[in-house]
Design a protein. Sequence first.
Lengths: 323, 283
Amino acid sequence: MRPLGLRNIFRYLAVFVVAVSLNFMLPRLMPGNPLALLAGVDVGLMTPAERAEVIEAVGLDAPLIQQFIDYWWSVLRLDLGFSFRSERQISEMIMERLPWTLLITVGSLAVSAVVGIVLGGFSAWRRGKKSDLSLLTGMISLQSLPSFWLGMLLISVFSVQLGWFPSFGAVTPASDFEGWGHIGDIAKHAILPIVTLTVLSIPGVYLTMRYAMLEVLGSDFIRTARAKGASEARVLFGHVARNAIAPVVTFLAIRFAFAFGGSVIIETVFSYPGLGRLIFEAVSGRDYPVMQATFLVFTVAVLVANLVADLLYPILDPRMRVR
Amino acid sequence: MKLLNRKRTKKRSPKVANRLGMLGGGMVLFLVVMAIGAPWFAPYDPTERVGLPFQPPSAAHLLGTNDVGQDLLSELIYGARVSLTVGIVAALVALVLGTSVGVLAGYYPKRLGRFLMQGVDVILILPFLPLLIILAAYLGRSLLNTIVVIGVLIWAGPSRIIRSQVLSLRSREYVLASRTMGAPDRWAIMRHVLPRTALLATGTFVRAVSTAILLEAALSFLGLGDPLQKSWGSILFWAQSRGAFLTPAWKWWVLPPGIMIMVASLGFALVAFAMEERINPRL
């Protein structure tokens, strides 16, 4: 699809520049007091002295171009700023949340990859038959399923009615589990969010796999393989799946970025203390610096995922190797 | 025998797509009737307190009442209006943006096209949901802002699809002929290129409606929708913040709005699927 080249690196740089510039411009262009939008403080409740202090801390008294340079400088130094609302360093808050989001996105991606590839492969093999068509219809329906609603239903059924899983958080508060008990506790809390995120991701993997398989099934070397008398299983696993896997893996890497963003909604439903929940809390608490910093972290995650996809592709598909 | 089989499956697939399209069309029609006839179908005004709060379903309130005593069934029926309005108008914004950029980039593939497509790629890579949320947070909560935010974020994908078709159209004989005879580019685009992208553009438009409906629901669920409008997403927002899904109330408060969101989004998705299948069969 796209081997890693200068063009891609240039594109990722452009994405990063656009994200940082959006972050810089949005609070300054929007109606309302930029001080409130930048620092996330209640301007009306402050004394003039306090206000002057915050203006200086945010740098709003400098000329615009100076502010822009300062902003870039702080981003490049990985200084994500200070949350006036919670009186903490933002980078600290993000590092606390990041592992939880990684846990549920990686977990769900692993499950949806297996399920999606198997079902997609099966569907392509049975192309046009009843099982293929009903699977395809089911997957299209799944794409229209609102993820937050699914999460709420899972909580109602599995947490409240059946009492199998906890309904919120990542660990039981004020518990002193040790070793395996602690891991079991984390797993119990993670299962429902992972299931929700997985159901959300499966249709994409399925459709990519099915389409990639169909494309390969129609090519000449498959006819050759059949003609030389290879068994159906050998054709499917040795030839078709081997050639269809490259676009699927690329899709998975990019899907990871989507799942990362999708965590905003799912972590809100499950009150799961990850990055998505952080951006939601920042939005509803008008803590704009945290909101902006989290957005930048999401952008970097997306870029890393794309980069991994670019690096993996030529390994999986030798035709794409740059000579 | 194998040959016979293949023939049959080939003939059968478009039929399946058509049937799914009809099903989707029926769902869309049902919602349109519901949205237009909301004042007649709804038993109460959804903004009025017409009963005690947190009532389970009864003869007077078929789906019970919410936390301030508003009738949930009436809210559900009126919700079709917000969902369809946001879905269709946001998709129209995306259609206009996507088609203009797609046609320009396809017709002038050299400098302008490359520049535009690089912009499209940048938009496609940006983290979609977080960007949607911070834009909505900065712009403030209103119906118009919801439409604008969704519209300007979902046009990039469609514009690529349209570009690739225009790219092949521009080298067709009749376009070349009209250009050799001295017709201006504007004429060639309006007369020859645009009409032939119409079908594809309509397909991507219908798919965009399906996406926009889901996004509106998600934004309202996060509390970023118009606070004055009753939408399915905002019913779920209140159900979530009042903990309705932790009580038996989930059966009448949480279940119905989600089903409606799914019907709306799926209805348009199925229509789009049937149209795409006609343009580019994949079954």
